[in-house]
Design a protein around this ligand. Structure first.
Ligand SMILES: Nc1ncnc2c1ncn2[C@@H]1O[C@H](COP(=O)(O)OP(=O)(O)O)[C@@H](O)[C@H]1O
Ligand SMILES: [Mg+2]
Length: 591
């Protein structure tokens, strides 16, 4: 099926292993449907040949036939359902697994441009839709086509005049259905959208109860809530009204059609054109036709909607993963010492908007370099480039003489660790969180890292020690404690290059002092990039790099830079110092 393969793209590859089972499922579905279509014919035989014709030996065979149909139908039907459900579950698993693996291999830039919610929706919602298409909608379509074809065939065979009359009634039924269902769906969607608004609003207000109360806004909020829920109520009443109208008209058409056909049939019996068994069989098949007729028009719609999901999954699968050449150094014993060189590195997130401009820097192994400069001058971006989260537009970055663009990505990232401003903890125990970057670490190693990061005492005193759950639902650690736990995590992987990106900026001075002590131990014998606003924390760096709008303005040690007559660093330092002095004076005055 080349057309299908093209429509599904790489998703088609996921179907291939299940092709045989899917075809089996379709065949079984068709068999089950056909068996289910037999009873009216059996009844026709009973009426025409047994009752009217008087062929009495037909009695038991017909009884057996009537009894066998539901039994076979049940057995085959159950087997069929099991088969399809299992296949569906496996297929969904495969697709979701493949998609997740693909998503994890995408470059960070992809996540800058696409929201997490959207990626999540593709992984969960859209993959489910794909499953529905393969195992639900396609099967329904197949069985409906069989049901409709068979019914129409039998009806034409019984009496083609009557069949044509019926085929004229069916569109009426379908039109009625389409008219109402579209409106009901719209009302329901409006209702749901309104309710989403309401619960979103409610969540905000409930979490912000203190804010609401502090401004005395309870009454206003209650009024807003009433107005919103009232609108929702109106949409749902409208939907209910439409439902009643729909089922009334549908029943009316159904009833009129059924009775009309029956009466017409009876007339034909009297006229001699049809047997009474024909009439019974005919009316049954007429009813069999209504279901598929209505479903068909919906199904086309549904499949169209599902194809939107399929297209989105296909698109995501088509995104290029992070390039990983890895042919220079990817043997595990390659040892790095930590010399980092930037050679005229330029970079831009968006074309025409350069963030780094020809930055050159040579950091000897084991030294500490501090990056200072205004917010937005490109400090974090520079460290992201070390990780190869993004690639420089020009220039090269070397780690111990190897161009990092040519290193194996895993090897490169194993040499680095970052302590960011906001500590991220995952669900899991304290020990698991520390060992995140090195899952085979022993408890001794974890404890050693925690001691180095000065968090050991805190963790030991948690209810279950290192095995206490942290994260969203876990024990609450203070900002400084979290930060030290993240430092332990970084230390445990024993990185050659450690990056501290405003690691202490959001902490109070007391926690900062503790962390500084931890950091001093951790920073020994590694190359460190320290980004900090408080210049007091970086005075002892081996090299201070002052950046501005993607340029390096000046470099030197604290003493060197202060000694220069009009150095930017000197100005910054004196300003901060003056402010701290003022704060201290004020504090003294207040006291
Ligand atoms: N993921 C991103 N996508 C696009 N622009 C970004 C992204 N991250 C940072 N920027 C922009 O790049 C510039 C440098 O940012 P950043 O490196 O975070 O600065 P700093 O860490 O020095 O405060 C800023 O103008 C910022 O808006
Ligand atoms: Mg930053």
């Amino acid at each position: 099926m080349p057309g299908l393969a093209e429509k599904l793209g790489t998703l088609y590859d996921y179907l291939l292993p299940y092709r045989r089972r899917l075809i089996q499922a379709v065949v079984l579905a068709v068999v089950v449907t056909l068996i289910g279509l037999l009873p009216p014919l059996v009844i026709k035989v009973i009426v025409d040949h047994l009752l009217v014709g008087g062929i009495t030996w037909l009695f038991w065979p017909m009884v057996i036939a009537l009894a066998a149909v539901p039994i076979i139908n049940q057995l085959v039907g159950k087997a069929f359902r099991l088969l399809t459900q299992n296949t569906a579950a496996k297929l969904t698993f495969d697709v979701r697994f493949g998609l997740y693996r693909h998503v994890t291999a995408l470059p960070l830039g992809y996540f800058d441009k696409h929201s997490t919610g959207m990626v999540l929706e593709r992984l969960m919602g859209d993959v489910n839709k794909f499953q529905q298409l393969v195992t639900g909608q396609v099967l329904t379509l197949a069985t409906d086509v069989v049901m409709a074809t068979f019914s129409i065939y039998v009806m034409l065979a019984i009496n083609w005049h009557l069949a044509l009359v019926l085929l004229a009634v069916v569109p009426l039924y379908v039109l009625n259905h389409r008219f109402f269902v579209r409106r009901i769906r719209a009302s329901n969607e409006q209702f749901r959208a309104k309710m989403d608004d309401v619960s979103g609003h409610l969540e905000e207000r409930l979490t912000g109860t203190a804010l609401v109360k502090s401004y005395g806004m309870e009454r206003t909020e209650t009024r807003n809530f009433t107005v919103e829920t009232h609108a929702a109520l109106q949409h749902s009443s409208r939907a209910r009204g439409l439902m009643v109208a729909f089922s009334n008209t549908a029943e009316l058409v159904h009833w009129a059609g059924y009775r009309g056909i029956f009466l017409l049939g009876c007339y034909l019996v009297i006229d001699g054109g049809m047997s009474y068994g024909d009439v019974l069989a005919f009316t049954s098949y007429a009813m069999f036709l209504l279901g598929p007729a209505v479903r068909f028009s919906q199904l086309v719609n549904q499949i169209e909607q599902t194809m939107v999901s399929v297209r989105r999954v296909k698109e995501l699968l088509g995104e290029q993963p992070e390039p990983d050449r890895g042919w220079v150094v990817n043997h595990p014993d390659a040892s790095f010492r930590g010399r980092v060189q930037l050679d005229k590195v330029s970079f831009a997130y968006e074309p025409d908007n350069p963030v780094l401009k020809e930055v050159s820097l040579d950091v000897p192994a084991g030294k500490t370099v501090a990056l200072v400069g205004r917010t937005g001058c490109g400090k974090t971006t520079l460290t992201s480039l070390l990780y190869r989260f993004y690639r420089p537009t020009h220039g090269r970055i070397l780690l111990d003489g190897h161009d990092i663009a040519e290193l194996d990505l895993g090897t490169l990232r194993k040499q680095l660790a970052v302590v960011p401003q906001d500590a991220v903890l995952f669900e899991g125990t304290a020990a698991e969180n520390i060992a995140y970057g090195r899952s085979n670490a022993t408890r001794e190693q974890i404890v050693a890292a925690a001691k180095l990061a000065e968090i050991h005492d805190v963790l030991e005193n948690l209810p279950n020690g290192y095995d206490t759950p942290l994260g969203q639902a876990g024990a609450k650690l203070s900002g400084g404690q979290k930060q030290r736990l993240v430092i332990a995590r970084a230390v445990l992987v024993d990185p050659v290059v450690l990056i501290l990106d405003e690691a202490t900026s959001s902490l109070d001075t007391e926690s900062e002092r503790l962390i500084q002590r931890a950091l001093r131990k951790v920073m020994r014998n590694r190359t460190c990039f320290v980004i900090a606003h408080r210049l007091s924390t970086i005075q002892h760096a081996d090299l201070i790099v002052v950046m501005d709008e993607g340029h390096i303005l000046e470099t030197g040690t604290h003493a060197e830079l202060l000694a220069r007559p009009d150095s930017h660093y000197g100005n910054m330092y004196r300003r901060q110092f003056a402010r701290i002095g003022r704060d201290k004076e004020q504090a003294a005055a207040v006291a």
